[in-house]
Design a protein around this ligand. Structure first.
Ligand SMILES: [Zn+2]
Length: 301
């Protein structure tokens, strides 16, 4: 069953449209659902790490029942037939990045640029926020407001404590949380953070800045020299074309999806990029141990 947007907003009992004199009823109830396309990266790391397939299928399960949203999952990398993107309102890319980034390789920047120009939303997660400075970098600044730049950004394993959140729909219902992850920071952001709102912010300890990082192990002098500075591990960006972008640097360990607030902030962001209203309490979801253990990449022999 699909709930109408009106029910989702909780403004009317099922089947009853309330009208108030002088207030034009929202046409939202008749609106076509927004479409989110989720692109899953191919297997790369060991068990429990970079489980893009299991992670995306878990998020997809949590989004079922969100009124006004439909999803399409592209499993195992960028699809041969990507025509679903033509009618997408938002795209998630949870995949390995760098030279092999699914949105960059094989001249896809051109294809994605056209979608972005129409105002399609984009969220990239974990390694998916990394592109090359001269291949994808300028586009990512426009599309999602920032990216991981090799030797400028860093990727330590650490446990930031996210205690305060800005007034932003992505933070709806998110309570303070802390999980250990490969939380990248010191992203290359737009100049003066124009149009960029930091969403998950914490201060790395001096020990975190001193390394080692996952790769290269560092430490980098410019990271050490910024001791005491707060960093954004997730951010939201608005584009002049009306589109919305989000970067989320966690997502290395599959087990972190079991944390309700870690999951909620990502689910909220997926609605936000599609311009689906985020419920006041955020997207509610539950995952079982069995669901956490499902769809993991096959173990290498
Ligand atoms: Zn990782």
């Amino acid at each position: 069953m699909t709930l109408s947007r009106r029910e989702f907003l909780g403004t009317a009992a099922a089947g009853v449209v309330l009208t108030v004199p002088g207030i034009i009823p929202s046409p939202a109830a008749d609106e076509k659902p927004k479409k989110l396309v989720l692109i899953v990266g191919t297997p790369s790391h060991g068990p429990g790490d970079h489980e893009f397939n299991a992670g995306v299928l878990l998020l997809d399960k949590c989004l079922k029942g969100v009124a006004g949203l439909e999803t399409v999952v592209f499993r195992n990398g960028y699809p041969k037939d990507d025509s679903a993107l033509d009618t997408a309102d938002g795209i998630l890319c949870y995949a390995d990045g760098g030279v092999g980034h699914p949105l960059v390789r094989e001249n896809r920047l051109v294809r994605i640029s056209k979608l972005m120009a129409k105002g399609v939303g984009l969220m990239c997660a974990h390694y998916g926020v990394e592109v090359l400075k001269d291949l994808g970098g300028p586009e990512f600044l426009e599309w999602i407001g920032g990216y991981y730049e090799n030797m400028y950004s860093c990727n330590p394993m650490w446990r930031p404590e996210f205690n305060e959140f800005p007034q932003h729909p992505i933070c709806n219902g998110v309570k303070p949380f802390a999980v250990r992850d490969e939380w990248y920071f010191n992203m290359r952001f737009r100049d003066e953070m124009k149009g960029v709102t930091p969403i998950l912010v914490a201060k790395p300890s001096d020990a975190v800045r001193d390394g080692p990082y996952v790769y290269p192990r560092g430490p980098y002098k410019h990271i050490q020299e910024s001791k005491g500075r707060a960093e954004a591990m997730m951010w939201a960006a608005e584009r002049p074309d009306g589109g919305r972008g989000v970067g989320f640097t966690g997502g290395h360990f599959h087990r972190n999806w079991a944390n309700d607030d870690f999951r909620k902030v990502v689910l909220n962001a997926l609605l936000w990029i599609c311009k689906v209203e985020v419920p006041k309490a955020g997207v509610g979801s539950e995952v079982t141990e069995a669901e956490m253990a499902a769809n993991l990449d096959p173990k290498k022999k």
